[in-house]
Design a protein around this ligand. Structure first.
Ligand code: PLP
Length: 232
């Protein structure tokens, strides 16, 4: 299935005008498809399997900003730590700790988003909203002890329920935005360098308009640009 450049250009213009970052979700797509968008100037791409991401990052231009958007296992962080631009799905403190360890080894600070579980009826990974401020406090304490200096918390990520019911989706995005604002209010007077809360990653092909209405700053879009996937 060819890349839908018309859909991409339209989407890109719409998102640019709103200051929303587009992560083109290229999972399962061949490197040639990614290059087509690259040649149009696109640099932010999202993948959800470590091996696939590593292979593509080796094949493709080095100035691509690779977003890891899937469920990341701790024992795989080491494969992407050197080059990943943003890890969207941090869903446990242990995972964050491992990302920090790999950040130390690579001598870089790795940008992360905390994943929040907003789709009530679906079993998806992530923290509950009530856990966010205690989590941020724990991270801050670790940073004061110099035990979390190689991760930077840039914001939150969430996935809405997979449903046609946009009222439900909207309510879930609203909750995520509220959680983001609450967290921001506890950190914004803080001089810690390792919180830079400015990214709210929510919205996919079927619900990105609602997500932007509700305050998304980053959308992750695959099928609208690349066509329907066979699987995943
Ligand atoms: C696959 C995926 C997307 C993109 O989904 P589309 O419906 O193709 O836009 C976004 N976010 C995550 C976490 C994904 O796994």
């Amino acid at each position: 299935m060819p890349v839908n450049k018309e859909a991409y250009n339209q989407l890109n213009a719409e998102l640019n005008s709103k200051g929303v970052t587009l992560v083109a979700v290229s999972k399962t797509r061949p490197a040639e498809d990614i290059l087509e968008l690259y040649d149009l100037g696109h640099r932010d791409f999202g993948e959800n399997y470590v091996q696939e991401l590593v292979t593509k990052s080796e094949q493709l231009p080095k100035d691509i900003r690779w977003h890891f958007i899937g469920h990341l296992q701790r024992n795989k962080v080491k494969y992407i730590a050197q080059f990943v631009h943003l890890i969207h799905g941090v869903d446990s403190f242990k995972l964050l700790d491992e990302i920090n360890n790999q950040g130390i080894k690579q001598n870089r600070i790795i940008d992360c988003l905390i994943q929040v579980h907003i789709a009530i009826e679906e079993t998806k990974f992530g923290f509950d909203e009530e856990e966010l401020i205690p989590l941020a406090d724990t991270i801050s304490n670790y940073q004061m002890l110099n035990k979390a200096n190689n991760v930077r918390i840039c914001g939150l990520m969430g996935m809405a329920s997979f449903t046609e019911n946009m009222d439900k989706v909207r309510a879930e995005f609203k909750r995520l935005k509220r959680a983001f604002d609450k967290l921001l209010a506890t950190r914004n007077n803080n001089l810690q360098t390792n919180f830079k809360l400015e990214t709210l990653s929510m919205g996919m092909s079927n619900d990105y308009k609602v997500a932007i209405d509700e305050g998304s700053t980053m959308v992750r879009i695959g099928s609208l640009i690349f066509g329907e996937r066979d699987h995943q």
